[in-house]
Write a protein that binds this ligand. Structure first.
Ligand SMILES: [Zn+2]
Ligand SMILES: [Zn+2]
Length: 393
């Protein structure tokens, strides 16, 4: 059994012909570039793209297998160098039972199953070529289809104020929209961690995943899950989600929730926070609604004490780009020595870092590893910030 780093929520920006898949995603986010970045620069053992239902993307993948650039594994997924690619699709549900749009992820074991899924989706959505589109069926119907095809069903970034299960979609419980027996895991999202999410008893039965939701190559692996498996594949991953046969999730790595864009309730227009509870409109600019923070939403939903002991550890980490003194040049210098960002973040010793970096910058990495940096919380769509010398706010 080995441990693999997995980031299974990565958007595709463009196909090989330049056609847009995720319009707001970077043009450089093509399948080939994603695989190279994940395998050579980031050191990911398993990744997932979540726009694989797009017909041109599927075609590109089928051709890649035919041309021998990747191999389809017998137990699901495509292998490329050190990395296995899972085929996923992010979809938007907004049915009669939900209170607003909800994003979910569906993963299929094979290219064949993904193309069957894509054909079904195209009957129920306006544009199957694009990312994260609205599906005109209800949540349970989608779940049944995913299960019929042997897939995995995972609600995405479940607490973010826009387009998520608890941020928008349900008033109290996920059973308002979904069949609880057909959920395989939930994805936490950037402004949330295990100790926060484990305050909801209805989530006790589901494993937590941490993924990047990357819209550019650099952001791949800003969050990821550590998984113990025999090898990386769809079937092994499914076993790990069930905790079967020694397969399991052994850790979550993610941004400290305060660094996320939606930690505290904030006015999205001017960046101000409410002064009192239930403040109706922004006292600074008069904007008539607040973007609810994940920490405030959790206070409404929580029905138990968080119990970290029962869950794999959640390691707060700072992507190297957040660390003062590490620009593109320095990052390249570090990669020349340590190869991947995973090695820099987790493996390099203090002395090894000091041989490459100014002492001050090396110390920042060590401090960040130990969680000893101050954080200024984000909200209203703006990321939090690192304050290396001060206390958190
Ligand atoms: Zn989403
Ligand atoms: Zn305002």
């Amino acid at each position: 059994m080995r441990e693999f780093f997995a980031d299974i929520h990565i958007h595709i920006g463009r196909t090989r012909t330049g056609r847009a898949v995720k319009i707001t995603g970077a043009r450089s986010l093509t399948i080939d570039q994603i695989l190279i970045e994940a395998s050579e620069n980031k050191g990911m053992g398993m990744i997932g793209v979540i726009d694989a239902q797009s017909p041109e993307v599927l075609e590109e993948l089928v051709d890649g297998v035919r041309e021998g650039r990747y191999t389809e594994l017998d137990d699901g997924g495509l292998s490329f160098g050190q990395t296995v690619l899972l085929l996923g699709s992010e979809l938007e549900i907004n049915d009669d039972h939900s209170n607003g749009p909800i994003h979910v992820l569906a993963f299929m074991p094979t290219l064949q199953k993904m193309s069957e899924f894509s054909a079904w989706l195209s009957l129920h959505m306006k544009n199957v070529h694009l990312s994260s589109q609205r599906l005109y069926v209800d949540g349970r119907t989608l779940q049944h289809k995913v299960k019929e095809l042997g897939g995995l069903f995972i609600p995405a970034h479940i607490f973010t104020p826009h387009k998520s299960l608890y941020g928008k979609g349900v008033k109290v419980s996920l059973t308002e929209v979904f069949d609880p027996d057909q959920i395989d895991a939930v994805e936490l999202g950037l402004s949330c961690d295990t100790s926060m999410a484990s305050q909801l008893s209805e989530l006790n039965r589901y494993p937590f995943l941490t993924n990047s939701d990357a819209h550019s190559l650099g952001k791949i692996a800003r969050e990821y899950t550590k998984i113990q498996m025999d090898h990386a594949s769809f079937t092994e991953f499914a076993l790990a989600l069930q905790g079967k046969d020694g397969r399991k999730i052994t850790g979550n790595y993610g941004l400290a929730p305060r660094l996320g864009k939606y930690y505290h309730t904030t006015c999205e227009k001017c960046g101000t926070r409410p002064e009192i509870e239930d403040e109706k409109k922004c006292h600074a600019c008069g904007h008539t609604w607040w973007t609810k923070g994940v920490s405030e939403r959790l206070k409404e939903l929580a029905d138990q004490e968080s119990d970290n002991g029962k869950r794999p550890p959640y390691v707060h980490q700072l992507p190297l780009q957040f660390i003062p003194g590490i620009g593109a040049k320095t990052l390249q210098k570090l990669k020349n020595v340590f190869q991947t960002e995973m090695n820099i973040l987790h493996q390099a010793t203090e002395n090894e870092l000091k041989a490459v970096l100014p002492e001050k910058t090396a110390n920042y990495i060590i401090k960040a590893r130990k969680g000893e940096v101050g954080l200024i919380a984000g909200g209203g769509g703006v990321y939090g910030k690192v304050d290396m010398n001060h206390e958190s706010t």
